[in-house]
Write a protein that binds this ligand. Structure first.
Ligand SMILES: N[C@@H](CCC[C@H](N)C(=O)O)C(=O)O
Length: 282
């Protein structure tokens, strides 16, 4: 194996249910110091042909009052305020590194916590849903439970915006076409993630997703949380559901302290960005 260049940049590739991430560890620079990731680096790395490829890039930073902080980017270089599956993946990594079964972290939406369950699955408390139109955000005051859009979606914020459509059969939806149209609807001033869900049994949902800034992905943790909240608010389910996404199954539980999401995580490989790649991006 070639020796790692001293001026390259180490990264990990991880995924949760096929929602895949590049993770860069920028700890050791102080909680007040900005990270090393720029929109240009996120875009270049996110290119599946010329970079590494990912649905989201997660950067670990120092945090005051928590084990670590996490920032997220989409593959188009835009920032994401939340990423549930990356939070579960990085929390698993940090639990292993710290020799613990629970960690606390800070994201753009505030403090979160994660634990490893006895069965090895990782749970994260994604915090309470945002149900005020200004904070989702929406561009004007409307009924969040019945947005004035074709298909009658529900709006839920989980630190990022989501529009959840309940459809008779999620399998037959044109996720790319419909999702892209809704992502850019003027009702969402910061664009939106879009979920299409069907009830397939008691407290059992099937969900497919179009992610803002990325496109179709095999899973979206914050989208699963938003869908579980929307399904309960619409009277379709209780507060605990299982949800089948393209990449597997998540468990959701909307408790008094927030929406808990549980599922598997995978560490795929450790890599090293070459100085040439970094110089071309700078
Ligand atoms: N895959 C993520 C959500 C990613 C963020 C999203 N694309 C956004 O722009 O808000 C998850 O697991 O939550």
């Amino acid at each position: 194996m070639e020796k790692r260049p001293p001026d390259g940049l180490a990264f990990m590739k991880m995924h949760g249910l096929g929602n895949d991430f590049v993770v860069i560890d920028s700890r050791g620079r102080g909680a007040e110091t900005a990270g090393r990731v720029t929109p240009a680096l996120a875009r270049a790395l996110g290119d599946r042909n010329r970079g590494v490829g990912f649905d989201q890039l997660a950067e670990i930073r120092d945090a005051a009052g928590a084990d670590f902080a996490l920032d997220f980017w989409n593959s188009d270089g835009s920032r994401a305020g939340a990423c549930g599956n990356a939070t579960r993946c990085v929390s698993d990594h940090m639990m292993r590194q710290l020799g613990r079964e629970a960690v606390t972290l800070v994201t753009a939406r505030g403090g979160l916590s994660a634990v490893r369950r006895g069965d090895g699955l990782v749970s994260v408390n994604m915090g309470p849903p945002v149900l005020d139109w200004r904070d989702v955000p929406l561009s004007r005051e409307v009924d969040l439970l019945h947005l004035p859009l074709e298909g009658d979606p529900v709006a839920v914020g989980m630190g990022n915006p989501h529009a959840v459509f309940f459809v008779p059969d999620a399998e037959s939806v044109d996720v790319a076409g419909w999702g892209a149209r809704v992502e850019h609807d003027p009702l969402f001033p910061a664009r939106t993630n879009v979920e299409f869900a069907s009830l397939v049994g008691p407290d059992h949902l099937r969900m497919r997703v179009w992610e803002r800034g990325t496109g179709i992905t095999l899973a979206c943790g914050s989208g699963a949380c938003a869908t579980a909240v929307a399904a309960h608010l619409r009277g379709l389910t209780g507060r605990r559901v299982v949800m089948d996404v393209d990449g597997g199954r998540l468990e959701l539980d909307w408790r008094d302290d927030g929406v808990w999401m549980t599922g598997p995580v995978a560490h795929v490989f450790d890599g090293w960005l070459s100085p040439e790649f970094l110089a071309a991006v700078a």
